[in-house]
Write a protein that binds this ligand. Structure first.
Ligand SMILES: *[C@@H]1O[C@H](CO)[C@@H](O)[C@H](O)[C@H]1NC(C)=O
Ligand SMILES: *[C@@H]1O[C@H](CO)[C@@H](O)[C@H](O)[C@H]1NC(C)=O
Ligand SMILES: *[C@@H]1O[C@H](CO)[C@@H](O)[C@H](O)[C@H]1NC(C)=O
Ligand SMILES: *[C@@H]1O[C@H](CO)[C@@H](O)[C@H](O)[C@H]1NC(C)=O
Length: 624
């Protein structure tokens, strides 16, 4: 006898002995039954111990891995999509902790052994598994409730895509769908659980018994797995998989009766399987984490290039290190572009693409600000590759000694471990009027942009008395859709009183600033006061973009979307036509084109502005 046997079978063995001989025989049968059952329990205990041995090191190692914190070099990139990823990774890793502590039953309600709703239509071949009477806890209107909810959902989607149907309604629907994915993968999870449960029953099916039933169960598993495919959300599920799932539920409820003694075991096993799945998820999170690490590590080629250029720079005489045309730096009639960067290649691409696309390169002045570490390399690059008739000026942030006291005190207490969000170069943008006291207008580029058109018209945009010209990012369904309250804490009364979370957001990357109006409104002072505020409460979630939204609140003029498109630094699915007609394209996100992890289909837009036949690039193995 084994513990998984039907109780009825036990009862039939339990007859009274008729004679001494019969009694003896009965005793020996009972004892051998006991022996067998003890052995079986031993086997189960051994199995459990074995599983613990397997999972414990995995849990241990994954937690160790998790504790390795990123200590990459500074990255000055304003990077909201990275924040999204980061938040996700954090959220997920908290699951890891939970899963790692102990074996826990999953919380999802679908893990109950539910009765089978006999009102639903079933495949003929499975009828022998179905209890005709059903159970009292049948969920009579479960199916209809679900489908009406779905209908509602679809209606919402349709309404949503119609209401902002200006830009491609299909896309909007897809986006919506992506957002609600977490809500609609319930059925997928339920099906996965069914498979796990079925496998658990198979493991505990006594060999030789109920082989018809075991075969049936195996078949159901295969069928359900095939029907599900790699569906991740309910909308991916085919009609047949829903049906297979119902059939499976019927088999399972029968199994629950056949192996009723095993349900405790099955529960435990299921918990273990669940925890194994959590481990898989954890490994995926580690991969995400490593991706972020990769995004902050200098590629070997870039490092080599910086070193060689620096060496070359210091081998020159100081008087040879000068740039000419310096009288143009403060000329109000020219077009001034500011770039804050620590990456010589990125900077070279921004400058070369701007000049290559310009109809009047001699009217262009670049103001490059970097740190003292990268100043020699960047200077050397432009000494060797002067941007045709345009002017460049390269300065180090350390030269602005008025900046450090204000800035250090304002930023040091900001609770952020990511250098990207505290780096001085990133916040330098709020001091533009101080950096360029003699200029009235400037365009600020992030170093992860490529200019594809002549920008003369941009300078004629009517600023309507505002300070900042930027493209908006508040349209739901757009690739770069951001909401204020995602990054700003609106539960803070100071914020809630002054700002509207529904106000349109906008992007950094290419901004036209009216420095005169900026000075007259003392926006840098306002910025400092928000920084102070942030020191006390935690108003801002990340980066300098949210504080930019506060600082330039009521001060921003929307630019035509074609001036600047975003989303080339992550898998955003920006269509090629949109990229091709944009004046400035922006590789926001962590997959920068100069990294291995850059998205190959977008890399060409960036690569075309690098001279790969340059001896320095060749020596450093930098290829297309
Ligand atoms: C059907 O479901 C709805 C909502 O889920 C519930 O309010 C209602 O009582 C259910 N009706 C029956 C007959 O079970
Ligand atoms: C600008 O604002 C700062 C901080 O609020 C203040 O200290 C400073 O006096 C202001 N400057 C002018 C010119 O108003
Ligand atoms: C923005 O403008 C509105 C309307 O003019 C005004 O009520 C609000 O106080 C302004 N907000 C800020 C932060 O300046
Ligand atoms: C600038 O870009 C052009 C292609 O648009 C390329 O031919 C040229 O080599 C580049 N020059 C430099 C100095 O990067």
């Amino acid at each position: 006898m084994d513990p998984c046997e039907q109780p009825e079978a036990l009862a039939s063995d339990n007859r009274t002995p008729k004679s001494d001989f019969a009694e003896l025989k009965w005793l020996s049968e009972t004892s051998s039954y006991l022996m067998r059952s003890v052995r079986r329990y031993q086997r189960i205990v051994f199995l459990c111990l074995f599983s613990v041995c397997v999972f414990a090191p995995i849990i241990f190692i994954s937690q160790r891995l998790h504790s390795i914190s990123p200590t990459g070099r500074k990255d000055f990139i304003e990077d909201i999509s990275a924040v999204k990823h980061r938040a996700e990774a954090l959220k997920l890793s908290s699951i890891e902790q939970e899963g790692g502590d102990s074996l826990k039953e999953p919380k999802v309600i679908v893990y109950e052994d539910k009765g089978f709703a006999s009102s639903e239509k079933i495949d003929d071949s499975t009828e022998d598994f179905i209890d005709a009477g059903g159970r009292p806890d049948i969920q009579k209107n479960g199916t209809t409730a679900r489908s009406s909810k779905e209908v509602q959902h679809i209606q919402q989607k349709v309404v949503a895509s119609v209401s902002h149907g200006k830009a491609n309604p299909n896309r909007a629907a897809v986006q919506q769908n992506r957002r609600s994915q977490s809500l609609t993968d319930k059925k997928v999870k339920e099906m996965k659980d069914q498979i796990v449960r079925a496998k658990a029953y198979l493991n505990f099916a006594p060999p030789g018994r109920n082989s018809h039933f075991v075969k049936g169960l195996k078949l159901r598993i295969k069928e359900l797995e095939r029907a599900m495919g790699d569906a991740k959300k309910d909308s991916d599920l085919s009609r047949s998989s829903w049906q297979k799932s119902r059939v499976m539920e019927a088999s399972l409820s029968k199994a629950g009766r056949v192996y009723s003694d095993c349900s405790a075991m099955a529960t435990k096993l299921r918990a273990m399987t669940y925890s194994a799945e959590e481990q898989v998820q954890t490994q995926k999170n580690q991969a995400t984490h490593l991706l972020h690490l990769a995004s902050r590590t200098t590629p070997k080629g870039l490092h080599c290039l910086t070193m060689r250029l620096t060496a070359e720079y210091f081998s020159m005489l100081p008087e040879e290190r000068k740039f000419d045309k310096q009288q143009k730096l403060h000329d109000q009639s020219l077009y001034h572009y500011a770039i804050f960067t620590d990456n010589v290649l990125a900077c070279a691409v921004v400058v070369n693409s701007t000049v290559s696309s310009a109809s009047d390169p001699e009217k262009i002045v670049f103001h490059i600000v970097t740190d003292s570490l990268n100043l020699p390399a960047i200077s050397m690059w432009f000494l060797l590759n002067p941007p045709s008739k345009a002017t460049v000026d390269i300065r180090s942030i350390e030269e602005f000694d008025w900046l450090s006291p204000v800035h250090d005190s304002a930023l040091e207490k900001q609770d952020s471990h990511d250098p990207r969000y505290t780096s001085a170069l990133n916040h330098l943008r709020f001091y533009l009027p101080n950096l360029f006291p003699l200029l009235n207008k400037i365009v600020l580029f992030d170093h992860d942009v490529v200019v594809q058109r002549d920008l003369t018209q941009l300078w004629n945009v009517n600023m309507r008395g505002k300070v900042n010209g930027a493209v908006e990012t508040c349209q739901e369904g757009e690739d770069s859709f951001w909401r204020m309250d995602k990054f700003i804490d609106f539960s803070e009364p100071f914020v809630a009183e002054r700002f509207d979370p529904n106000k349109c957001t906008w992007a950094f990357g290419m901004n036209l600033f009216d420095l005169q109006t900026w000075r007259s409104r003392n926006l840098t002072g306002i910025y400092s006061s928000y920084l102070q505020l942030n020191k006390m409460g935690r108003v801002l979630k990340a980066g300098s973009l949210p504080i930019g939204w506060l600082t330039f609140y009521n001060q921003t003029v929307p630019l035509d979307k074609r001036w600047h498109i975003l989303g080339l630094g992550y898998e955003s699915g920006v269509p090629r036509v949109k990229i091709d007609r944009a004046a400035v394209i922006h590789f926001d996100g962590i997959m920068k084109p100069w990294l291995e992890i850059g998205i190959s289909k977008y890399k060409g837009y960036w690569n075309r502005y690098l001279p790969f036949d340059n001896p320095y690039l060749q020596q450093c193995n930098i290829h297309e």
